[in-house]
Design a protein around this ligand. Structure first.
Ligand code: GAP
Length: 458
């Protein structure tokens, strides 16, 4: 199955969805909750509810499948959040991972200098009230923590500011313990922490979030080839899971935007109500990381080519994206409020999520709740399907209401058990996007649904 075969392609450009609609749906239906809400919450930190965790797992699993499982020259690791503090000196984060901030002397609001309109920077003027701005001050984004229990002997370190550092730390161990040879890659999905000065826009800019990284190690002479290869691969990957392909683009970084570790960079961006925003970064990290860790640790991380015996520090292509931004962008991409039309008198809210990623794959619904045979048959089908995929049984309210409940959370298929089922062992299968229905033998349901909702179904 190709990436796009099984999905709805919306060709006309529907209006951009306000983030508040996604925040409200997420809370109401159990995708995302504010963290520590009963204590007033913590800015920039969120929890994921029952549907959110299913969607997140599907997003992670699909990335892992397409990056690690299906590429023979890539392996995965899972590193820890806390590392030796010297890691962050070597990586440049202690020195360079800073935001420049100014405060308004009048209204006391705080701004990141790189986010201010040029005119306000030049005139030193607050964009909100026109007041005078302070001189810029530097704020480091790394979150500090301490290891050890005895006061005075505790070691200060950091929660990792970018997850990828573990990959450089484990690079040599992976080389020695696996049969990888350059060119090869190491992948990881893991949490990162940043004391963002302006967290906001829901999951877009958080203080605790999850990244996925590929670090691909190459000979310097092949850097351009692999940089282009992964750029194209990752753009296609995102195109394969969204409906609005015209909202995706690849943008080169200007020289003043480059992170301290990057010689060149491209952002894969997605357009929402926030404008064009980064979804994933493709970075030309060159030999920055392995050279710095060699220097700071005293451990030589150079590579010897087994055939030519050439010794060199490998260069690195990085593709680094966010699980949370994927989660948010997919909801923004999928959300639609459809007006009443034809046989649909009420209109509906629907999430056109790719069936591979939808949190619930199928809902099994008896036509009526008070007919015991319908209920027993529907429960039996649900009990068998739930071993293969996430299935929900629902018999509350009329059938139209139940379809709408499932549309709103993006369930691609609803199976209805009706009176004909009792005669010929067939059911109706309703498809979320077209609302079309087919009749299928109960015995055919598992293979039909598996083919539609599983990306690695052979
Ligand atoms: N190792 C490279 C690196 O960390 P980055 O551009 O700072 O690069 C990579 O981050 C990805 O992590 C971004 O493209 C974005 O998807 C996600 N990300 C970064 N900061 C984030 C934040 N504060 N909240 C949510 N996601 C974030």
């Amino acid at each position: 199955m190709t990436q796009t075969e099984d999905k709805v392609l919306s060709t006309e450009d529907t209006p951009l969805v306000p983030i508040e609609k996604i925040v409200s749906l997420s809370k109401r239906r159990g995708f995302v909750y504010p963290n520590s809400e009963i204590y007033g919450g913590v800015s920039g930190i969120y929890d994921f509810g029952p549907l959110g965790v299913e969607l997140r797992n599907n997003i992670r699993r699909y990335w892992w499948w397409s990056m690690v499982q299906t590429n023979d020259n890539i392996v995965g690791i899972e590193g820890s959040i806390i590392t030796h503090p010297r890691v962050w000196e070597a990586s440049g984060h202690v020195e360079n991972f800073v935001d420049r901030l100014v405060d308004c002397k009048n209204c006391k609001r705080r701004f990141r200098v790189d986010q201010l309109p040029l005119e306000n920077v030049e005139q030193n003027k607050c964009p909100e009230c026109g007041g005078e701005l302070t001189e810029p001050r530097l704020f480091n984004l790394m979150m500090e923590t301490y290891i050890g229990v005895v006061e005075g002997e505790r070691m200060k370190t950091y929660l990792r500011g970018e997850a990828c550092q573990n990959i450089y730390l484990d690079y040599d161990n992976v080389l020695k313990s696996s049969r990888m040879q350059i060119p090869f890659g190491i992948c990881q999905i893991g949490k990162a922490f940043r004391n963002e000065v302006t967290p906001g826009n829901f999951l877009f800019r958080q203080r605790e979030f999850e990244q996925w990284d590929l670090q691909f190690f190459v000979h310097p002479s092949e850097m351009q080839k692999w940089f282009d290869y992964w750029k194209e691969y990752r753009v296609k990957w995102y195109e394969g899971i969204i409906n609005h392909k015209d909202r995706l683009r690849l943008r080169p970084h200007g020289p003043d935007e480059l992170a301290h570790y990057a010689k060149q960079a491209f952002d894969i961006e997605y357009r929402t109500v926030l404008g064009w925003q980064e979804w994933e970064g493709i970075h030309w990290r060159q030999d920055w990381d392995l050279s710095r860790h060699s220097e700071y640790s005293g451990h030589d991380l150079s590579y010897t080519d087994p055939e030519t015996k050439e010794r060199y520090i490998p260069w690195i292509v990085e593709t680094s994206g966010g699980v949370d931004r994927t989660f948010l962008n997919l909801l923004l991409d999928a959300y639609e409020e459809e007006p009443p039309s034809g046989k649909d008198k009420e209109g509906r809210t629907v999430l056109h999520l790719h069936p591979w990623l939808a949190p619930v794959k199928v809902a099994v619904l008896p036509l009526q709740k008070n007919k015991e045979e319908l209920v027993t048959t529907a429960k039996d089908i649900h009990n068998r399907l739930k071993r293969l995929m996430v299935s929900q049984y629902d018999d509350v309210a009329n059938i139209g209401r139940r379809y709408r409940r499932q549309d709103e959370i993006g369930t691609p298929f609803c199976v209805t058990v009706d009176f004909q089922t009792l005669e010929d062992s067939t059911v109706t299968v309703r498809e979320r996007d077209s609302m079309g229905q087919i009749r299928l033998a109960i015995s055919e349901l598992p293979s039909y649904l598996l083919q539609r909702v599983t990306w690695n179904y052979a």
